[in-house]
Design a protein around this ligand. Structure first.
Ligand code: DGL
Length: 271
């Protein structure tokens, strides 16, 4: 493994800009940490692609991050975490953190074993079976009911997070979960925290589980454990995208309104 030190950046990636909700939480919790984010905006969405394709794309991004000598990698995409986490862990010795285990740890910690949890996510994440497998591995006894929500990512990417259209689509997806007695709702896609205010208003009875905050806490613990946490200084934040468009610029400000040192297009090498 290349030598890594606390000064090195944390690498974070997503299929697009949804992972900026995770980057935002990392920066909030660890404001001194240097961050490199890659959003694969040329190839988003991953949620309707095959496992083999998501794994190939993820490997290319991980190569990009490792070439910049990152000290840890956060897979800030549920679909990539579902399909590619084990492959990524085999590519490097630096800590690799996905978004699924942190969310489920929060569920196991806060919900009773009898609780029913709803999982909303992309089709890929649901089809992979990664959430039920991880819940079992973590010893959670909660019942998991799943609901793929393929219309939510395009809606959010178009800037819709409130209003009639959003409300209708969100109700259509969530009413079946209400009927099944869901008490906890896992936002199993990194875009969905942007819909949290609407979901809270429509369904105040749901206890929302947002993996972004949980993932940031897990990262903090992992870095401290490995003595890789940067203790002081101002963060350097670099954002790279595989396609720079007007809507990418707009979404960047919407997802992450923090200070950014570099915001530019970068091409990936084929893995
Ligand atoms: N960020 C992806 C996820 O969390 C959703 C967008 C996509 O389908 O690529 O699953």
């Amino acid at each position: 493994m290349a030598q890594v030190a606390p000064e090195n950046s944390i690498g974070v990636f997503d299929s697009g800009l949804g992972g900026l909700t995770v980057l935002r939480e990392i920066h909030r919790l660890l404001p001194q940490e240097n961050l490199i984010y890659f959003g694969d905006t040329a190839r988003v969405p991953y949620g309707n692609k095959s496992a083999a394709t998501v794994i190939r794309y993820s490997k290319e991004i991980v190569q990009f991050l490792l070439a910049r000598n990152v000290k840890a990698i956060v897979v800030a995409c549920n679909t990539a975490s579902s399909y590619a986490l084990e492959t990524i862990k085999q590519m490097t010795d630096v800590p690799v953190i996905g978004v699924i285990d942190p969310a489920l740890r929060a569920l196991v910690r806060t919900a009773s074993p009898q609780a029913i949890a709803g999982l909303i996510a992309t089709r890929g994440t649901i089809q992979s079976g990664a959430y039920p497998a991880a819940l079992q591995r973590l010893g959670g006894k909660q019942k998991l009911v799943t609901q793929p929500c393929p219309l939510l990512v395009p809606l959010i990417e178009e800037g819709y997070t409130e209003g009639l259209v959003c409300e209708l689509i969100v109700r259509d997806y969530l009413e079946p979960l209400v009927r099944q007695g869901v008490g906890y709702l896992i936002l199993g896609c990194t875009h969905y925290p942007l819909l949290a205010p609407l979901i809270r208003r429509l369904y105040p009875q749901f206890h929302l589980i947002d993996s972004a905050e949980e993932t940031a806490h897990e990262l903090a613990a992992v870095l401290a454990n490995a003595s890789l946490n940067r203790k002081e200084g101002t963060a350097r934040i670099e954002l790279y995208v595989s396609d720079m468009t007007e809507s990418v610029r707009m979404l960047k400000d919407r997802f992450f309104a923090g200070k950014v040192d570099i915001f530019t297009e970068a091409q990936l090498a084929e893995y």
